[in-house]
Write a protein that binds this ligand. Structure first.
Ligand SMILES: Cc1cc2nc3c(=O)[nH]c(=O)nc-3n(C[C@H](O)[C@H](O)[C@H](O)COP(=O)(O)OP(=O)(O)OC[C@H]3O[C@@H](n4cnc5c(N)ncnc54)[C@H](O)[C@@H]3O)c2cc1C
Length: 443
């Protein structure tokens, strides 16, 4: 089989999936001196941040910024184009940055190309080649037929855990009880808002939202996301999380159904806004995200499985790669649009964080495979906190740095010196509270 598939390219580190996690893994590995290939099935990089138009990074524990590193670099680069807006008053003061989905494309491209990464968009990974616990190559679909991309270390950043799954690693999907994943959402943008009536529009936000809920209960409006309405209209890049739906992201047919059904709900929202929201009489549908937004699908079993308890107990880890602060944020798997985000009791107290351990990135069942982003090793609830983009950036950075260490020292990913890994992450701007790491080592 292996001989029959022509080799397209070879790299030391092959990152599969160019979303927030994969981009950061590729940049970090290339900056560390490795020859890197980044393989992406869509025409543009960014994953949910571009194709599903999810354009927010949260960076603080509501007292101080704890996410720095590449997230900070993205923000600084976007500022050059006036492509980022900080929202300090976003409901929970997580120091949220709203970014332009257009400028971020350009920034991602710049940063990836600057460090000499070989990047192939339009290239889905459809299989793998392995010998026992060692992944030899991924198999990609190309216009010339199947091709193999060989590597020494692989990073599965597909969000769906495709590489882990193809490799035969143990995988987990959705909630433990029935395998259902978090609800999906089509993000849409509107134009035609009468900005001269800003005050009126803002004041109507609360009552309009209540009316939407009432209409939804009466069956006059479809289910919808609970947030972003109103605030979005006054931001520079108006878009709103709007049509929510359930579905199976691992079935192309069901995903297509969910996407079409969610999109079909949009005219009803538009008519509602025009009729009931003062200042929105001339609203137009400006765009819909090319892909439905997928919050959750497969996760690959690693050396450690991160849980809700790790979040609620604000655990520290000896192998921490950074800090997380997001709550267990589950959008109803039945697609109602309701979310635990609305229940403030799930929030961590301001100024507190949990740490993210390196072991959730190391595939348990393959020796040279890392998993980063929303397919890393966690339970349904654990990933509900980890999945925000700034955390995915962290996981990607750590995966890239770990791959380089493993190559340099010719040592298995499971055995790298985590103190060195932490040093490299801190040197590249990541915040790690070393006191907490020390305490975790001693306990
Ligand atoms: C509607 C919605 C709202 C959200 N709101 C927020 C928010 O407000 N703030 C926040 O921080 N986060 C939010 N998130 C979560 C966040 O956007 C995602 O969890 C994050 O993008 C995950 O990053 P990732 O790199 O792990 O995966 P993804 O962003 O999904 O990227 C995976 C990449 O891998 C590629 N890929 C997949 N399979 C293959 C394959 N076989 N071969 C090649 N390439 C492949 C995909 O095309 C994609 O580019 C939201 C998510 C959704 C859907």
């Amino acid at each position: 089989m292996r001989q029959n598939i022509p080799v397209l390219l070879k790299a030391e580190v092959v990152v599969v999936g160019g979303g927030p996690a994969g981009i950061c893994a590729a940049i970090m590995a290339a900056r560390g001196g490795a020859k890197v290939a980044l393989i992406e099935r869509w025409p543009i990089l960014g994953g949910q941040s571009t194709m599903a138009r999810v354009c927010m990074w949260h960076t603080s524990d509501r007292k101080k910024e704890v996410i720095l590193g590449l997230t900070r670099e993205f923000v600084e680069r976007l500022k050059v184009y006036d492509g980022v807006q900080q929202l300090p008053d976003f409901p929970h003061r997580y120091e949220t940055y709203l970014f332009s989905n257009e400028w971020i494309n350009i920034v991602y491209d710049q940063m990836i190309r600057e460090c000499g990464i070989r990047v192939l968009c339009y290239t889905p990974c459809v299989g793998i080649l392995k010998s026992e616990r060692k992944l030899e190559a991924i198999v990609v679909g190309s216009k010339m037929g199947l091709r193999q991309v060989q590597g020494d270390i692989f990073v599965d950043a597909t969000g769906d855990g495709d590489v882990g799954f193809f490799s035969g690693c143990e995988t987990m999907v959705g909630r433990e009880s029935d395998g259902k994943v978090q609800g999906m959402t089509v993000v849409a943008g509107f134009s035609g808002l009468d900005r001269s009536r800003r005050k009126e529009i803002e004041e109507a936000h609360g009552p309009i939202f209540k009316l939407m809920d009432k209409f939804c209960q009466q069956g006059k409006l479809p289910s919808h996301g609970p947030h972003w309405f109103g605030g979005n209209f006054i931001w520079k890049w108006p878009g709103t999380l709007i049509a929510c739906i359930d579905g199976n992201p691992l079935s192309e047919e069901d995903l297509t159904r969910a996407t079409m059904e969610a999109r079909a709900k949009l005219p009803k929202f538009l008519s509602f806004f025009r009729e009931y929201w003062p200042g929105c009489e001339k609203l137009e549908l400006a765009w819909t995200a090319p892909s439905i937004g997928i919050r959750e699908s497969r996760r690959v079993r690693g050396l450690y499985t991160f849980t809700a308890e790790d979040i609620y107990k604000k655990r520290s880890f000896p192998d921490a790669i950074g800090h997380g602060f997001w709550m267990v944020d589950i959008h109803d798997p039945e697609g109602s649009g309701r979310t635990t985000w609305m229940d403030k009791s799930t929030y961590l107290e301001p100024g507190t964080t949990y740490q993210i351990p390196y072991r959730i990135l190391v595939a348990r069942d393959m020796d040279n495979l890392l998993i980063a982003g929303r397919c890393a090793s966690a339970t349904h609830e654990g990933m509900a906190g980890l999945r925000v983009q700034s955390h995915c950036h962290l996981m990607g950075q750590a995966a890239g740095a770990a791959a380089v260490l493993s190559l340099e020292q010719n040592i298995l990913l499971a055995n790298i010196d985590v103190t060195k890994l932490q040093r490299r992450l801190v040197d590249s701007g990541v915040f790690i509270d070393e006191k907490r790491v020390k305490n975790a080592r001693q306990s």
